[in-house]
Design a protein around this ligand. Structure first.
Ligand SMILES: *[C@@H]1O[C@H](CO)[C@@H](O)[C@H](O)[C@H]1NC(C)=O
Length: 437
């Protein structure tokens, strides 16, 4: 068969598959949206005011009411001192109760937390962590013994984190200590503000994340995740403050979120599969990235990623795939679609020569294979003349790269932009500008 047809078929099948795959597009398996799981009730003050009925196969049978565990009841004071013990107690009480349980962080208060870990497995069938107020990070770095995490949810299934409140990492204490800001200092890294580890059936929605010490939110080895209506903000010059970081996670939908930070808005790295990001506004920041992959000759696999309906404003990259030399594995079946770029430095970029070190990286033969990538309906402006860069590996070139209805212009509007391409064979449909020369 003609190779072009083969590539198109693969892409078509991939997109069809992602349209009809059971998660996150089918709510049958969704414990968060099916109405017989719970009724939302008024529990602003930690009380469940309405009794709840759960439908089971015997009809309407009263089961235990959902219970709310207000952190204030467990001693949280929101007075500038550490409230983490109270939060831990509220969590433990919720986690050891059955049925649907709520952990409530009341509104109009600011609670301060040292590093905390909310661990499962829990007895409850659903834990709803309601953040109405503000949670702020403890400001003494020496109390972060392990240094890479602040708030962690670990091995919790059926968890929702929501409520419209704010989580503030107080990153301005950490940023000046970064080796990116001060090259004299050792590169020790700083905590991720919120990390979910091995959580299944997770929904995080309607939360503001601000000023993370380093990354804002990480999904690590999770399964069936929805991240909706998140607002992530940090200064554009804050170091390594990725917005949402996805690693080793399967079936994740990131939707309707605004991300303005100093690093990638969304970064998707090894072991991630079935990732969909839609309705994303990004910038300032480094754009939406797959990778970096294959650092230190590692093996990396990322597949079935769809990014659609995104607007990138003033970011250093638009949609990027970045891999280190010397890695193994693959990044494949990736669709970037319906994307608007405004004054983006590198709107479309594949970089197989990624090197984020002070010293240069040696040339190596092996590479993470990049294949079946579709860029469709991408418009807007680049801040530099070169708007499309495919810097693929000489030994393992990019395969199955397609562009369809792409139109990028140099933002001065004086000139059409340019494309710079190496070791890639492009398949183009419709109007595509710029084209590789
Ligand atoms: C475009 O981005 C560049 C930096 O990448 C900035 O210097 C310039 O002011 C921006 N232009 C507009 C019109 O926003």
């Amino acid at each position: 068969m003609n190779q072009e047809i083969l590539i198109l078929l693969t892409i078509l099948l991939t997109s069809l598959r992602s349209c009809f795959s059971s998660y996150p597009f089918d709510h049958r398996y969704d414990p968060f949206l099916s109405s017989d799981i719970y009724h939302e009730t008024n529990h602003l003050h930690g009380d469940i005011t309405r009794t709840r009925h759960m439908k089971n196969r015997h009809g309407y049978a009263p089961r235990s009411s959902p219970r709310a565990f207000n952190v204030n009841t467990f001693g949280a004071k929101a007075n500038g001192n550490d409230d983490s013990q109270a939060f831990m107690k509220a969590w433990e009480a919720a986690c050891s109760s059955t049925g649907t349980v709520y952990v409530v962080v009341p509104k109009n208060r600011a609670y301060i937390l040292k590093p905390v870990k909310f661990s499962g497995p829990c007895k409850s069938s659903l834990i709803v962590f309601k953040i109405y107020g503000k949670i702020e990070a403890w400001s003494d770095p020496s109390d972060y013994k392990e240094r890479r995490h602040w708030i962690v949810f670990e091995t919790v299934n059926n968890l929702r984190v929501e409520g419209g409140g704010r989580i503030d990492g107080n990153g301005n204490i950490w940023w000046p200590k970064s080796c990116k800001i001060n090259p004299q200092l050792p590169c020790l890294g700083a905590p991720t503000a919120v990390t979910f580890v091995e959580c299944k059936n997770l929904m995080v929605s309607n939360i503001r994340l601000e000023n993370a010490q380093q990354m804002h939110m990480t999904f690590q080895d999770c399964e069936n995740v929805k991240a909706l209506r998140l607002m992530v903000t940090s200064p554009g010059d804050s170091p390594n403050t990725d917005g949402l970081h996805v690693t080793g996670t399967r079936n994740i939908l990131i939707q309707d979120s605004i991300i303005r930070t100093g690093d990638d808005c969304i970064s998707i790295v090894s072991g991630s599969e079935n990732v969909r990001a839609t309705g994303i506004t990004c910038g300032p920041g480094h754009g939406i990235s797959i990778g970096s992959l294959g650092e230190d000759n590692s093996e990396a696999y990322v597949s079935n990623v769809v990014v659609n309906k995104a607007t990138l404003i003033g970011t250093t990259n638009g949609v990027r795939i970045k891999t280190w030399q010397g890695g193994h594995g693959m990044a494949k079946n990736i669709i970037f679609q319906d994307i608007i770029m405004k004054n983006v430095t590198n709107p479309i970029i594949i970089n197989q020569d990624y090197c984020d070190r002070v010293e240069s990286c040696p040339e190596q033969k092996s590479a993470v294979q990049v294949s079946n990538v579709l860029y469709k309906n991408i418009q807007g402006t680049s801040s530099r003349p070169v708007a499309v860069k495919f810097e693929c590996s000489k030994s393992i070139p990019c395969r199955g790269i397609s562009m369809q209805n792409v139109r990028l212009v140099d933002q001065t509007q004086r000139d059409v932009s340019k494309a710079s391409c190496s070791n890639v064979k492009l398949d183009t449909r419709g109007r595509v500008s710029p084209l590789c020369t």
